[in-house]
Design a protein around this ligand. Structure first.
Ligand code: COA
Length: 298
């Protein structure tokens, strides 16, 4: 398939898995090994990309980690890599759209890894298509994976987060804040995640549960970037970032690790951008490129 901003075809999953399977080289200079000992994290979409990078970083700091995703082979690969940190790793091959299965995975994770005190919702789906060309089922699919999936996991984790006075982190996107051409489904879902985050922070504050979002910018070697650029348009994305580079998945993971510590206990209901300033340049250049590549210009 031709991508709107690039040449390429199918996503290279192996590439994503290997290149994101590492912690920030400076992690131990600034965060103490073992600082998350006794923590139990559960990460949706933890088998690859940003979710996997978060899994690595939390495990590297001592957390027990549960990851869920649709593909057992990806999860097995991730599990093998995560076991090197010495903590407990649990994997759950579930579709985030299946509320009962997600709930059961969270319960099992709590039993085998210890009560979940940190939920990370990173599962997402994306493709570029104009609303006009998209079926209702296509729109619904992304809203179900991103928004409903986040709700399923948050609701499924609530009792454990309440018991542990834990916290939840949702992975949002710039599409929640500005309209991106070909991203009506993603924009609606991510904007929904932002408001879900704020509402849960409001409702769950009395239980000392913090709920926050991270808004990543263009992150190197992720499926999301590949979907949005075809893997060939790195220069385009770099030119939209004031810091003139793509981010690394580990840079999202670094903030997620800080938010997992008691140092972040009073942070709730907020969205933090980790994007090199990309949001400051808006979506108009992306929109022009997509309109052109979809052949929609006048
Ligand atoms: N353009 C328009 N519609 C598309 C599409 C595209 N590029 N890709 C899928 N769809 C439509 C399908 O045609 C289908 O609608 P229909 O039943 O009316 O024909 C609907 O979306 C569901 O597609 P399907 O392939 O059955 O869904 P799935 O559950 O197997 O896959 C996706 C979900 C489409 C989001 C898939 O890309 C995916 O699994 N992505 C996960 C990884 C990912 O996207 N990561 C990036 C995160 S930022």
């Amino acid at each position: 398939m031709k991508h709107p901003l690039g040449q390429s075809s199918q996503p290279n999953e192996t590439n994503h898995m290997t290149q994101n399977s590492s912690i920030d080289p400076s992690l131990y200079e600034y965060m103490t090994p073992g600082c998350l000992n006794g923590s139990s994290a559960f990460i949706t979409g933890g088998g690859s990309g940003i979710g996997l990078s978060i899994a690595h970083t939390l495990a590297a700091l001592g957390a027990n980690v549960g990851i869920c995703g649709r593909r057992a082979d990806k999860l097995k690969h991730a599990e093998d890599a995560l076991l090197v940190y010495g903590g407990k790793i649990a994997t759950f091959a579930v579709d985030i759209r299946d509320a009962d299965a997600v709930c059961e995975a969270l319960e099992t994770c709590g039993r085998v890894n210890g009560p979940v005190n940190y939920l990370v919702c990173a599962a997402a789906g994306n493709f570029v298509a104009s609303a006009e060309s998209m079926s209702s089922n296509a729109f619904k699919t992304v809203v179900e994976i991103d928004l409903l999936g986040t709700f399923h996991a948050a609701k499924g984790a609530f009792e454990q987060l309440k018991a542990t006075k834990g916290s939840a982190l949702f992975i949002s996107a710039g599409q929640a804040f500005a309209p991106y051409y070909g991203q009506s489904h993603v924009g609606a879902a991510k904007a929904g995640i932002e408001m879900l985050m704020q509402t849960l922070a409001l409702e769950w504050g009395e239980n000392s549960i913090g709920v926050n979002c991270i808004v990543p910018g263009p992150i190197s070697n992720t499926r999301g970037m590949e979907v949005l650029s075809g893997g060939e348009a790195e220069d385009f994305w770099v030119s939209t970032v004031p810091m003139r580079r793509l981010g690394q998945a580990s840079e999202i993971a670094n903030l997620s690790a800080f938010l997992a510590t008691p140092l972040a206990d009073f942070i709730t209901g907020t969205s933090i951008r980790v994007d090199g300033g990309q949001n400051l340049t808006g979506s108009s250049r992306f929109n022009e490129q997509v309109i052109q590549s979809l052949g929609l210009e006048e």
